[in-house]
Design a protein. Structure first.
Length: 120
């Protein structure tokens, strides 16, 4: 009688730990991608390669990947000091260890980082 409740609590703890880990990985990947995006002479493929090198070992593939810049120019033509932002997101159902979760099935995990452009 106690075993099903105990197992459910353990599985909930495992899922919440996975949620925290994926959230941290998304933030770390966004930060690392942003570090590449602010450098002069980098392309979108360079940023995406860096993001994937962080996330692929954990089996995470972001469904949304954007690099944006404030102002009228594109991020790869921004001037010195212009903020560049990398945003990543993935549905929780794609990274859940238990398949399709019933309690967080519509949740989206995201990560974001903003740094100043280092282009002259």
């Amino acid at each position: 009688m106690i075993a099903p409740v105990f197992v459910a609590l353990i599985m909930a703890q495992v899922e919440s730990s996975r949620l925290g880990m994926v959230s941290q990985m998304m933030t770390t990947a966004a930060r690392e991608g942003c570090r590449v995006a602010v450098l002069d002479g980098t392309a979108l493929s360079d940023v995406q390669t860096r993001v994937n090198s962080i996330l692929n070992p954990s089996g995470i593939t972001p469904t949304t990947f954007t690099v944006t810049c404030t102002g009228s120019t594109t991020w790869d033509q921004s001037s010195l000091g212009t903020p560049i932002t990398v945003n990543l997101s993935v549905p929780y159902s794609q990274v859940s260890l238990l398949g399709s979760p019933f309690f967080l099935k519509d949740a989206v995990i995201s990560g974001s980082a903003t740094m100043s452009s280092e282009r002259p």
